[in-house]
Design a protein around this ligand. Structure first.
Ligand SMILES: Nc1ncnc2c1ncn2[C@@H]1O[C@H](COP(=O)(O)OP(=O)(O)OP(=O)(O)O)[C@@H](O)[C@H]1O
Length: 626
């Protein structure tokens, strides 16, 4: 990508996102049109149900797609929406007979659906905020199981609260006011909302934390908060979808929102592809057509004169088979991670693209100093860091070297609070960072790269850097401009639209540093940035880092096994061995220090050997730890 292309990239990305949204809407409109035009009244009924399901599954995807956690709890929100809206809109006469013991504050409102929906959404939001405080603390399978627990509890309460829900009996008298235009309109609004959230800073933070919790925290993003926000929005939307579902059915019971509905919705989301809104839409359309097609056969039909028997449960079995097949053949779902690329968007929307100029280099940082004081950390008897004290000021590259297992990475993890120190302190210009969270260390101005690459694999190169600029507090065009500046600084412009997991190793390394720098840190911690690079790439990286240090005045703590690389950059070298500081000083002094020579090479070798030594000679055992 040339410079001109890079400059229009943010605008083209916005255009591509607009195209993706339009594609979702057009696909849904075509499916609705085909159903109603080809199958008449029965097709219209299916289309209404399909649109309500699109709303529900898109709402479910707001949490699942952005956080990567499968939730089963959304049936609970739908039940709350359906019952609350049913009670608020029910004609008073019917309510008196069907719910004679309804608490007074709920009785006799007779609201229109439009008046009831905001109340329902608010109730969903409150319920989501309460349940979300627990669920957002969890990840993966634990969060999924907790959401299932929420569904089971809510179902139990719905069955038990007879005076409000009629228990397990049918709850009737809910005005059936959801027609095709309302259902389609709701689906459109939900798709727009979900797309807008996905591309917003909050949505991008959630997707970054989904891909790598620790790396997101190292940028100052609070992963729990991203899950909480996604859960709340998704919960409120699901409650509204539940209200629409209730007003579509007119009569329902707690079982209507229990396992079979939840299973169907999760199946739709997984079959279409959990990672995108388009996946949710595709899944609902595909499964709806499949279910309605199969249902024709469930009661027994005659095909070419052959009478097929009645097969009870055929629809559920076919749904299960569809899931198994898709998971087997396309684990990421039908739509998968495929999304219309920015290139295609650019062709359509080039004329509306506005150029973004890369941000100028930030002002030089003020003088600050990072200090570690007596930091210690043990792992099951291994003293990884032992009373380490050193300082890394701004405007200088401080080299941190030592043989394998010396404790360098552990030290960095202690500074960034990924590990908690057993004792000792970290101070940034006197401010104690030893008790703050990893996010707050990042916000204080310390950013890092990881020894074992931790990129946001599902995001593009541009998004990886953009998320860092957004986390640093930039917004809109300014965030885009900062991202462009760092992409240029690390020669990643050509790869802006490429997903991080498709990059070469050298480009991944550069991207991780570009992402850390986009945070505009005061101190940058680089853990083996040149590992795996060839000599030309290493030299190139050294040039880029020196330019950044000189232009911005930031301090760099540089760990690497390539001593030529470290010596070229650093003005001060700190040497660790077995968790302790064994030497520090100007690089040439340190090179001649007998303790350093002994730690690295053993007795009997000369200082000159260190300078001559290539990293392969010195560190034959250097490996990559998971
Ligand atoms: N999470 C962990 N759990 C248990 N032991 C650990 C952990 N992290 C580090 N260690 C141990 O602490 C010691 C120091 O490891 P560390 O990775 O900090 O060294 P290093 O100097 O960065 O090594 P290298 O140059 O090989 O990356 C080693 O003995 C290592 O096995």
């Amino acid at each position: 990508m040339g410079d001109a292309n890079l400059l229009t990239f943010p605008a083209r990305l916005r255009a591509a996102n607009l195209v993706r949204t339009l594609v979702c809407l057009v696909v849904l409109a075509v499916a609705v049109a085909v159903l109603t035009l080809v199958f008449g009244r029965s097709g219209e009924r299916i289309a209404v149900q399909m649109c309500v399901n699109v709303a529900a599954v898109v709402a479910l995807g707001v949490f699942c797609g952005n956080t990567g956690i499968v939730s089963f709890g959304h049936g609970a929100f739908m039940a709350i929406g359906a019952y609350l809206s049913g009670i608020l809109t029910m004609p008073a006469g019917i309510q008196r007979t069907s719910l004679p013991e309804l608490p007074a504050f709920l009785a006799g409102h007779e609201l229109s659906l439009w008046m009831a929906l905001p109340v329902v959404a608010l109730a969903g939001l409150v319920f989501a905020a309460i349940s979300g405080t627990a669920i957002a603390r969890l990840m993966g399978a634990s969060a999924a199981i907790a959401s299932l627990g929420l569904l089971i509890i809510t179902h139990g309460v719905a069955v038990g609260a007879r005076e409000i829900t009629r228990g397990s009996q049918t709850f009737f008298g809910v005005p059936r006011v959801v027609d095709l235009s309302l259902a389609f309109g709701a689906a459109v609004v939900f798709i727009l909302l979900a797309r807008a959230y996905r591309e917003s800073p909050a949505g991008l933070f959630a997707r970054a934390a989904r891909d790598d919790d620790a790396a997101a925290a190292a940028l100052g993003i609070n992963p729990r908060r991203t899950r909480f926000v996604s859960w709340c929005l998704s919960g409120a939307m699901c409650t509204v979808a539940g209200a629409l579902y209730g007003h579509m059915l007119g009569a329902f019971s707690p079982a209507s929102f229990y396992l079979s509905l939840v299973f169907a919705h999760v199946a739709m989301m997984i079959v279409g592809g959990m990672a995108s809104v388009g996946g949710a839409v595709t899944g609902v359309i595909g499964i709806t057509l499949l279910q309605d097609g199969v249902r024709q056969f469930e009661g027994g039909v005659e095909v070419f004169g052959v009478a097929l028997p009645e097969v009870f449960g055929l629809t559920t079995v076919s749904l299960g088979l569809a899931i198994l097949l898709v998971i087997w053949l396309r684990p990421a779902g039908l739509v998968g991670r495929f999304e219309l690329g920015p290139g295609a968007g650019a062709r359509i929307f080039d004329r509306i693209s506005r150029e973004t100029s890369p941000a100028p280099a930030p002002a030089r940082v003020s003088e600050e100093i990072l200090q570690a004081e007596q930091l210690s950390k043990s792992f099951a008897g291994v003293r990884a860091v032992d009373h380490m004290t050193f300082a890394a000021p701004t405007g200088r590259v401080t080299g941190l070297i030592g043989p394998n297992g010396a404790g360098k990475s552990t030290l960095v993890n202690l500074i960034t609070r990924q590990y908690h120190a057993d004792s000792g302190k970290t101070l940034l210009s006197g401010r104690d960072l030893s008790t703050v969270s990893a996010e707050n260390v990042a916000r204080a101005g310390i950013s890092r790269s990881f020894q074992n690459l931790r990129l946001f694999q599902g995001l593009t190169v541009y998004e990886n850097v953009l998320v860092s600029a957004l986390a640093a507090g930039h917004r809109g065009a300014q965030a885009a401009a900062v991202a462009l500046r760092e992409l240029r600084a690390f020669d990643l412009g050509d790869l802006a639209a490429t997903r991080a997991d498709a990059l070469s190793y050298g480009a991944r390394k550069r991207l991780e540093i570009a992402r850390a720098i986009a945070q505009e840190p005061v101190i940058l911690l680089l853990d083996e940035p040149a590992a795996g690079m060839n000599p030309a790439e290493t030299d190139d990286l050294a040039d880029r880092l020196m330019q950044i240090r000189d232009e911005r005045g930031i301090g760099i703590l540089l760990i690497d096994h390539d001593l030529h690389f470290v010596n070229r950059l650093s003005g001060w070298t700190v040497v660790m061995h077995r968790g302790t500081l064994i030497a520090e000083g100007a690089p040439e002094e340190v090179r001649a220090d007998p303790a350093v020579i002994e730690a690295y090479i053993g007795r009997g070798r000369t200082a000159a050997a260190i300078t001559r030594t290539t990293k392969e000679e010195t560190f034959p055992q250097q490996g990559v730890r998971p």
